[in-house]
Ligand binder design. Structure first.
Ligand SMILES: [Zn+2]
Length: 348
């Protein structure tokens, strides 16, 4: 079979090439790939900035936003041939740390977890892949190709759960939710918050293109420009840009008692904000800044429920481009109107 592979930390080494069939040791469920979403992490791996091959190997099969169809469910009773499934990305560390020991691998404390298509386990950009039945999440068959959005939705399911969990510390409810950044994660955050019945606002730099209309189609309000100029103070902010100035403005703008959940990973300066001044704002308004990454099985289940509830026509507008596996290089090139680009291996 063929797969998109890369030699991690070696720029320009990605290839669509012949590889052996997936090893039975990778799981008793055999799956035919339908589609795999592309995200910034894949681009970083191909650029040689990130990623680790499996122990004893030099190349890694890329891809972690999967969707596939079960070819052979193996001895497990929970799956049938033809089911649409998505593979969980992270596996607990082998020690394990206390969080991995109780199934909270998203909260791993020692960093020795592994991740399919990223860290020491082959990913899902191969014509066929295998998975352990307990890490295969069945998606609603009516979702079809949109099931490929499940992995990014799990990030949101966890982030929203974190906001609610933190909010329990006082008499508080997030009525108004601001999402900063209208990329795939931001738009799915808006969709998820809307399904929770929130008054949802999305802020992004762009004033044209598909994003403003996608936000309005959810019944949410779109804003461009500075967070500081918004005419309200949000109860909760889901930060999806990772941009220092946006984060600093979000800390200034969040309402008293509000929760700012950071999901974006950026880098760079403090944009002129002194840390002690930021801290003073957080102290005087009883704010919580909470970082959130990855997802555990509970979040995967919640995300699958949320995606099944979402409007299919709206979801279909998030997938702005489909490329063939042999054209993976085009899939990794972002164009201004791209939201989610997927590599399609077979029909959903
Ligand atoms: Zn752990």
């Amino acid at each position: 079979m063929k797969a998109i592979t890369v030699e991690p930390k070696k720029p320009g080494s990605a290839r669509w090439e012949e590889v052996p069939e997936p090893a039975v040791s990778e799981g008793s469920v055999l799956v035919e790939a339908v589609a795999v979403g592309v995200c910034g992490t894949d681009v970083e791996i191909v650029e040689g900035k990130y990623g680790w091959p499996p122990p004893g190997q030099t190349r890694l099969v890329l891809g972690h936003e999967s969707l596939g169809r079960v070819l052979d469910p193996g001895p497990s009773g929970g799956l049938r041939k033809g089911d649409l499934v998505v593979g969980i990305v992270r596996r607990p560390d082998p020690v394990p740390c206390p969080n991995c020991a109780v199934g909270e691998w998203d909260m791993c404390r020692n960093g020795e977890y592994t991740e399919r298509g990223i860290k020491e386990i082959h990913g899902y950009m191969s014509e066929r892949w295998r998975i352990e039945p307990e890490y295969a999440i069945k998606v609603d068959p009516s979702l079809g190709i949109h099931g490929v959005l499940l992995e990014p939705m799990t990030v949101i399911a966890k982030a929203l759960e974190q906001v609610v969990a933190v909010g329990q510390r006082s008499f508080w409810e997030a009525k108004t939710v601001l999402v900063t950044g209208a990329g795939p994660i931001g738009l799915l955050a808006a969709c998820g918050a809307k399904l929770h019945g929130k008054d949802v606002h999305v802020l992004d730099r762009v004033e044209a293109g598909p994003k403003p209309e996608l936000v309005r189609a959810l019944g949410a309000t779109y804003h461009s420009g500075s967070v500081l100029r918004l005419p309200f103070e949000p109860d909760a902010i889901i930060e999806c840009t990772g941009v220092g100035s946006v984060i600093a403005d979000a800390i200034q703008k969040i309402g008293a008692g509000g929760v700012l959940c950071l999901t974006g990973v950026g880098g760079g300066g403090l944009s002129g904000y002194a840390v002690a001044d930021v801290a003073a704002k957080v102290v005087l308004k009883n704010n919580v800044l909470v970082g959130s990454v990855n997802a555990n099985k509970r979040h995967w289940y919640k995300a699958s429920q949320a995606l099944a509830e979402a409007d299919r026509r709206w979801l279909s507008r998030l997938i702005t481009r489909r490329e063939k596996p042999e054209s993976f290089e085009q899939a990794l090139q972002r164009t201004p109107d791209d939201i989610k680009v997927v590599i399609q291996f077979s029909e959903a």
